[in-house]
Design a binder for this molecule. Sequence first.
Ligand code: ADP
Ligand code: MG
Length: 430
Amino acid sequence: IQTIPSEVHRPCSVMLLVNPHSGKGQALSLFTGHVQRMLNEAGVPHTLVITERQNHARELVREADLSQWEALVIMSGDGLLFEVVNGLMEREDWEEAIQTPLGILPGGSGNALAASIHHYSGAQPVSSEELLVSCGFLLCKGLVSRMDLASVHLGSSPSSPTRLFSFLSLAWGFVADVDVESEKYRHVGAARFTMGTLVRLASLRVYKGRLAYLPVDKVDGAEEDGQSPVSLEEMTSVSPQRQPPSSAFCSSTLLCRPSKDSPCQNAAYHTFHNSCYSNKAFKVKKREPMSANATLTGPPDSLLVPLDQPVPSDWVVVPEEDFVLMLAMYQSHLAENLYAAPDSTLDDGLIHLIYVRAGISRTALLRLFLAMEKGTHLANNCPHLVYARVRALRLEPYSPKGVITVDGEVVEYGPVQAQVHGGMARLITR
Ligand code: ADP
Ligand code: MG
């Protein structure tokens, strides 16, 4: 984007996608009340796009002329960023498209990525409006860092596997159930997960399945054996143009200010602007599972074999088949107050895998979740909890019905596998 000559095709604005129904349904008023003036004073021109329905943002981003946009920022929960990431990865020019700087302003009930980037900035934990203001500042500073993505294969039909991209988490069992069941408490905001956890604890159950993973050590060991490490460049068929690790996107030379005759007043701008404020009243309806990318654009997953074949011999197959939860995280926070993967950084190229074996008591599980608020759960010596740093994993649930979530969004239930792609996306942070 930044190499396009400015006279001809100047990138002009930040596209700011707002899901008006996320969280308590106040994302738009939170934006106008806490962030808009900040952005104006910092000279960050932005165009508001109010989403009208699920997948609206995904479709917009899939079709958008990205040379018009300096960055794509969402004001919502993690679900809207999930749409944006997948919209970008479904494009034919995905390799370039995924280099578009992304940003997040917490306006939902699940603001895990926002909480993670606030945490990475070194600041003390905050929530709600304070978290929003913190992320607003980060957006104004506009420093861009690399962020890991995971490629997730869903294979309920092995002959036609589908794939999607994830920036946060893959969950099954207790955590995934809480995510879905707590939808009905979304009016309480981030507290929905606490309420959901308490309700689920009362009806604690066991989830059966087979879990396998490729530990980091195995990949590192392969390096020592003389095999070269797998880099993003090698995994992609054409090497992406690497950007410097961090660059200010909001320098005055790059951004134009919105004015009557600025290039922002073009067709694309009007199209988006016209779609604003035309929102229909929100009807609460059952959410459809997020669809995956059947055409498989994106980088090849060199660590994975097809789901109908056994995992490679250097993978660890977990001996137990009875679980309470499986949680794979690539960022530190699972929610504003759930510091689930304390070691995780934005682009460590790792999947932080946590699973809890069946047999844990309700009290011990509650203790784990309380410890997770401080990020001390891994040091708790809970005999049922296992933590591993992995590059790839596979889960084959045995029970015919259940819930799997990716970035907090329900996906098709069935066998699933994932591999991390280190630093594949770019995020406005720090
Ligand atoms: P929250 O954290 O409150 O759940 P999300 O950003 O995760 O907020 O959004 C919740 C869901 O709403 C996501 O599945 C997202 O794709 C979907 N969505 C986005 N825009 C709209 C809209 N205008 N109306 C209804 N659903 C939407
Ligand atoms: Mg969500």
